[in-house]
Design a protein around this ligand. Structure first.
Ligand SMILES: *[C@@H]1O[C@H](CO)[C@@H](O)[C@H](O)[C@H]1NC(C)=O
Length: 921
C-alpha cells in the first residue's frame, strides 16, 4: 500500500515527499554497514578452514551424519546429509556443542519433507560417496567440498570456492587483534576475524544501537553450478530477471523492508524474501533453497553474464573468445541460524519447481472472484464513495469483482473497527455489493494502536501478546496509528487469538464476502532501524527478532488465513493479499510488488519482478496498475491495464495524494481502451482458473519466463519483456511510451503462434515486429493448444457462473492440439470432495474429443459449449458431426474463412461437463 517513515506531522509531509521522489538510501544498510556481511565479503576464496572427519560417519536410514571441524580453532560441527524424495538432497550443518541453541526455521515448510533411503556406495581415505536413486553426492574431506551429481552430470558443488564459514556462538573475550604480519598460530584460542571486528558484538546504524547479547553468529556457503549460464529467483528485488553478477555492487539482499519509493535495477532488499535460487543452462537446471530467516546477502559471480564478470573478462583478454565461461557461483550469507540447504537437481525447470513445491507447498485454488479485476485506492472515503465507484463500473459497462478499503475505513487506525461517520452501515454496504456478485477486501495490518480501551491492545497487554524489546517490556514502535505494539505471531496462542478476530461476530460489518489485505507486515516500523523492528527484540520462545525477521509476514498471513477459514467453518476459500513474504507464504496469500511508481520503467519492471516471485513458488503475483505514487498520463494508464490484465493478480491502486483514477476519469477513448483490456481478462477467466488448478496439483508457476518452456533455447535466457502463461499463451506487453511497434521473440523451432485478436497464424520461430495501435495487446496462442473462454460480458465473475464456454483451438504444424478445462463452484472447498469437473480436449484433424480428466469429478452446472474456434485449419470440412450422450448424433453448423484458415463451429450446445466427439468429414 504505502510506506513512509516516521515524521511527527506526516500528514503534512506526504505531499512534499511525493514531489521529491526517489529512495533515501541512507535509511538502509549497505553490505559495508552490516558487520557480518563485511566480514564474509572480506574472505578470500579457498580460505575455508573446515575438514570432514570421515572416521565419524554415522549412517541412518535416509541420512548420513559426519563431524566437521574448523581446523583453526578445533570447533566441531555436525553435518547431516539427507536423501529427499525425488532424488534431491538436504544439507544441515549446526554446531556440535553450541553454548546456546541456534534458530531453525519454522512455518516455512509444508510439513516434514519426505525422505528416501540413502546408500553409501563408495568410501576412500579422502571422500565418501552416497547415492539417492540416479543422483549422488560426493563428500570430500579436505578441503571440505560436496559435489552433487544429477545422473552423471555435476550439477552443484558446495564450498568449491572455499567460502563456507560458520561462526560459532562464543563468550565475549578481549583478545586483541594480531598485529600486521603476525600470524595467530597457537591453538586453542586463535584470533579470528570475528574478534578483530568492532561490529561483531554490537553495532550502530544511524541513531540505532544493536545490542547483540549473543554475539556474532553468521553462516555462509558458496554453491557452484559448473554448467549453468544464469541464476534466477531470490526475490524480492526490483532488478533484472537473470540475476546480475555482484562483483562491483552490493550483494542481493534479503531482509524484509518497507522501502519508500524503491528504485529499479539494484540489489537492495524489498518487502519479501525467498532465498530460493534457480541456476539454468542448456544442459540442465538446479535449485538451492537456503532456508534461513535472518538477514541474508547473496553474491553472484560467473556464468554467461559479461558485465561485472571479472574472471571472464581477464580470460577473454588473455586467450580471446571461445574460452569456457567461469562457473556460475552463488554465495549465501546469513546473520544467524544454521546451514539448512535443499538441493534440487532437476534436471528440468519443471522438476525443480515441482520438487520445491512438494517441500514448501502450493497456492491452493483461489476463489474465482479473486482472479477478476480489483479496484483499490488509498482511500475510498466513505459509503457514498464506494457506491459511486461501484455505479461507475455499471455506467461504463466495465466488469469488476472487488472494491478495496485502505486504512482510512477504520476508527483511528484501529483494525477490526469501522469509522462510524464515514462507514455507518458497513453490513449494508457489503450486502449491496454482494447483490451484484461483488466482493470487498479491507486492510488489516499487524501493528496495534496502543490506546487504552481498544480491545486488541487491552488483550495484547494483559496477556503478553506483543513482541518484547531487549529489556523484556512490550516493544513500542511508530506506525499508522502512532504508538503501536506488534503482535507476536510466533506464539501459537497469539495466532489463535488473531484468527478469532475475523469471525463475523468479532468483526461486525463484515460478511463472508469480505476478504483481507495484510500490509505493512515486514513489519514496517516508521521509527525503527531501516524502518523495521530492532534485531534485539525478543519473540516467543526467546528467539531474537534477528533470527526470525523474514518470517514475520508469513506468520501474520498464516494466522489471517486460519481466521478466514474458521469464519466459514472451513467451507469457503479465503483470499488474502500480503506485501511481505517468505518461503511458504504461497500457501496462504497472493502478493503484489508494493509501492511502485506511475512510470514506464516501473510498468516494465513489473514483469521480471513477478517472474522472479513466480519462479520462487509464489504464483499469485501482480503490480499496482497505474503505479502507486504519482499520476500516470492516459497512455501509461491504459498500457498498464493491458499488461496487468495478463498478470495473475490484477488490481488498480493509487496513493492518497494522487488524482482520482477510476477507469473512466480520463477521456472516453482511454475508458474504452481500459474496458477492452478488462474484458479480455474476463473472457479468459476459465483459462486462468484452469491454470491455478494446474498449479495446485502440479506445483508449476503460472506466469513463466520464456526459457522455462524453452530450456535449450539460449536466446531466451535473458528475455524479460515477454512471458508465458502456462504452456499456451505468450504475452509481450507494451511498456514503452509512444510505441507504435514492438519486437516480439517467438520461441520454439517448430512452434506456430496465433494472434489472439485476429484469430490467425502470426508467426513461426524468430523475432517479428508487431504493430501496436492503442488497443493492441500482443498476445499469442501457441499452436498445439486449446484454451477455454467465456465471451459474455457481465458485471462480475460470479454472474458468469452459468454462461456457455468457447473452446479456442490453435493447431500446430502437424495439425494437432490438446488442452484442458477445470470447473467447480468457484468458492468452496467442495471440489476436494468430488464437486468438480476436469476435462481434456484432443483435436487431430478428423476428430475432436472431450474426455473427463478425472472420473471422480461430478460437478453439476448449467453451462454448455457455445462455440469452437479452430485456427490454422487448411480447408473447410464438408460435414461436422457431433456425437454426445445427451444430444445423440447431430450435424453442426460452421463458418470457414479461407484467408485466415479459421473455422468457427456454432452451437455444439452440449453440456460442458459431458464427454463427446466431433467428427470432421
Ligand atoms: C444499499 O442499497 C440501498 C438500495 O439501493 C440503498 O438505499 C442504501 O443506501 C445502500 N446502502 C449502502 C450503505 O450503500
Amino acid at each position: 500500500m504505502k510506506s513512509l517513515w516516521y515524521i511527527p506531522v506526516f500528514v503534512i509531509s506526504i505531499a512534499l515527499f511525493i514531489e521529491v521522489g526517489g529512495v533515501d538510501r541512507t535509511n538502509f544498510k549497505s553490505c559495508d554497514q552490516s558487520s557480518f556481511c563485511r566480514r564474509y565479503r572480506a574472505m578470500k576464496k579457498g580460505e575455508s578452514p573446515y575438514q570432514l572427519l570421515l572416521n565419524t560417519v554415522k549412517e541412518g536410514e535416509s541420512d548420513l551424519q559426519i563431524s566437521l571441524m574448523n581446523i583453526k580453532n578445533a570447533i566441531h560441527f555436525t553435518l547431516k546429509l539427507t536423501a529427499l524424495e525425488n532424488h534431491n538432497f538436504r544439507l544441515q550443518i549446526d554446531e556440535a556443542q553450541p553454548i546456546k541453541e541456534r534458530y531453525k526455521v519454522d512455518f516455512a515448510l509444508n510439513g516434514e519433507p519426505p525422505t528416501r533411503k540413502l546408500e553409501v556406495t563408495e568410501r576412500t581415505a579422502e571422500s565418501i560417496t552416497v547415492a539417492n536413486g540416479p543422483n549422488k553426492a560426493v563428500l570430500h574431506a579436505s578441503p571440505f567440498k560436496i559435489d552433487l551429481y544429477s545422473g552423471k552430470r555435476l550439477a552443484i558443488s558446495l564450498n568449491a570456492q572455499g567460502l563456507f564459514k560458520f561462526e560459532h556462538y562464543r563468550q565475549k573475550t578481549n583478545i586483541p587483534a594480531p598485529a600486521e604480519g603476525e600470524e595467530a598460530v597457537e591453538a586453542p584460542q586463535p584470533v579470528d576475524d570475528v574478534e578483530s571486528d568492532i561490529g561483531a558484538w554490537e553495532e550502530n546504524f544511524k541513531s540505532h544501537h544493536d545490542q547483540k547479547p549473543h554475539g556474532p553468529s553468521a553462516v555462509g556457503m558458496d554453491f557452484s553450478f559448473p554448467n549453468a549460464d544464469y541464476a534466477y529467483g531470490i526475490p524480492e528485488h526490483a532488478d533484472t530477471l537473470a540475476l546480475k553478477n555482484t562483483g562491483t555492487t552490493d550483494p542481493y539482499r534479503l531482509y524484509n523492508l518497507d522501502v519508500f519509493e524503491y528504485e529499479l535495477n539494484n540489489p537492495m532488499a524489498l518487502y519479501g524474501s525467498i532465498p530460493f535460487l534457480i541456476a539454468h543452462g542448456t544442459e540442465g537446471t538446479a535449485g538451492v533453497l537456503w532456508l534461513n530467516a535472518a538477514e541474508t546477502w547473496v553474491d553472484i559471480e560467473g556464468g554467461a553474464h559479461k558485465e561485472g564478470n571479472v574472471v571472464s573478462s581477464i580470460v577473454n583478454f588473455v586467450s580471446g573468445s571461445g574460452t569456457p565461461q567461469p562457473p556460475l557461483e552463488a554465495r549465501f550469507v546469513s546473520e544467524s541460524g544454521v546451514v539448512d540447504a535443499f538441493l534440487f537437481l532437476g534436471p528440468n525447470p519443471q522438476d525443480v519447481s515441482k520438487h520445491y513445491a512438494e517441500i514448501t507447498g502450493v497456492t491452493p485454488l483461489p476463489p474465482l472472484f479473486s482472479l477478476g479485476y480489483h479496484q483499490c485506492r488509498w482511500n475510498y472515503n466513505d459509503e457514498d464513495d464506494v457506491k459511486g465507484v461501484d455505479a461507475g463500473f455499471d455506467t461504463h459497462d466495465i466488469p469488476y469483482d472487488v472494491i478495496w478499503l485502505d486504512i482510512e475505513y477504520t476508527e483511528g487506525k484501529k483494525y477490526f473497527t469501522w469509522d462510524r461517520i464515514k462507514f455507518p452501515h458497513p453490513g449494508d454496504m457489503m450486502k449491496n455489493l454482494s447483490l451484484k456478485g461483488h466482493h470487498m477486501v479491507v486492510i488489516i495490518d499487524p501493528h496495534i494502536k496502543r490506546e487504552g480501551g481498544y480491545f486488541v491492545h487491552e488483550d495484547a497487554t494483559s496477556n503478553g501478546y506483543y513482541v518484547k524489546n531487549k529489556d523484556g517490556n512490550d516493544y513500542e514502535g511508530w506506525c499508522w496509528p502512532g504508538s503501536s505494539g506488534y503482535l507476536d505471531f510466533f506464539n501459537p496462542v497469539v495466532r489463535d487469538y488473531w484468527a478469532s478476530k475475523f469471525s463475523l461476530d468479532n468483526f461486525p460489518g463484515t460478511t463472508l464476502d469480505t476478504h483481507i489485505w495484510n500490509d505493512m507486515n515486514e513489519p514496517s516500523v516508521f521509527n525503527g532501524p531501516e524502518i523495521t523492528m530492532p534485531k534485539d527484540c525478543v519473540h516467543h520462545g526467546g528467539w531474537e527478532h534477528r533470527d526470525v525477521h523474514n518470517l514475520y509476514g508469513l506468520t501474520h498471513v498464516m494466522s489471517t488465513y486460519d481466521g478466514l477459514l474458521k469464519r466459514s467453518q472451513g467451507k469457503l476459500r479465503p483470499f488474502i493479499l500480503t506485501r511481505s513474504f517468505f518461503v511458504g507464504s504461497q500457501r496462504f496469500a497472493s502478493v503484489w510488488t508494493g509501492d511502485n511508481m506511475a512510470e514506464w520503467d516501473h510498468l516494465k519492471a513489473s514483469i521480471p519482478m513477478c517472474l522472479s516471485i513466480s519462479l520462487a513458488g509464489m504464483p499469485f503475483c501482480g503490480a499496482d496498475i497505474g503505479g502507486f505514487f504519482k499520476n500516470p498520463d492516459s497512455e501509461l494508464f491504459y498500457r498498464w491495464y493491458q499488461a496487468g490484465a495478463f498478470l495473475p493478480f490484477m488490481r488498480g491502486h493509487a496513493h492518497i495524494d494522487t488524482k482520482r483514477r477510476e477507469p473512466w476519469v480520463y477521456d472516453q477513448e482511454t475508458t474504452l481502451l481500459v474496458r477492452s483490456a478488462v474484458r479480455k481478462r474476463y473472457e479468459l477467466l476459465p483459462y486462468w482458473y484452469t491454470l491455478f488448478r494446474q498449479h495446485e496439483t502440479g506445483g508449476l508457476p503460472i506466469m513463466r519466463p520464456i526459457w522455462y518452456n524453452y530450456p535449450k533455447e539460449k536466446a531466451t535466457f535473458t528475455i524479460e519483456d515477454e512471458f508465458m502463461l502456462g504452456n499456451e499463451l505468450l504475452i509481450h506487453p507494451v511498456t514503452q511510451s509512444g510505441a507504435t511497434d514492438v519486437s516480439v521473440y517467438f520461441p520454439g523451432e517448430k512452434d506456430l503462434w496465433y494472434d489472439l485478436d485476429a484469430l490467425e497464424l502470426f508467426s513461426g520461430h524468430g523475432t517479428k515486429t508487431v504493430q501496436v495501435p492503442k488497443e493492441k495487446i500482443p498476445v499469442y496462442q501457441r499452436g498445439g493448444t486449446i484454451i477455454p473462454k467465456k465471451m459474455r460480458v457481465r458485471r462480475s465473475s460470479a454472474l458468469t457462473k452459468d454462461d456457455p464456454y468457447t473452446l479456442q483451438v490453435a493447431l500446430n504444424a502437424d495439425g494437432l492440439a490438446t488442452g484442458s478445462l477445470y470447473i467447480d463452484d468457484g468458492e468452496s472447498f467442495d471440489y476436494q470432495n468430488g464437486q468438480f469437473t476436469s476435462l481434456n480436449y484432443f483435436y487431430d484433424g478428423t476428430t475432436m474429443v472431450s474426455k473427463l480428466g478425472d472420473k471422480n469429478g461430478n460437478f453439476v452446472t448449467k453451462s454448455w459449449l457455445e462455440r469452437i474456434i479452430v485456427m490454422g485449419i487448411k480447408k473447410a470440412p464438408s460435414r461436422i458431426v457431433l456425437k454426445s450422450p445427451s444430444l445423440g448424433e447431430q450435424e453442426l453448423e460452421s463458418t470457414f474463412s479461407p484467408n485466415k484458415h479459421l473455422l468457427v463451429i456454432r452451437k455444439p450446445a452440449v453440456p460442458i461437463t459431458e464427454e463427446w466427439k466431433i467428427f470432421f468429414h
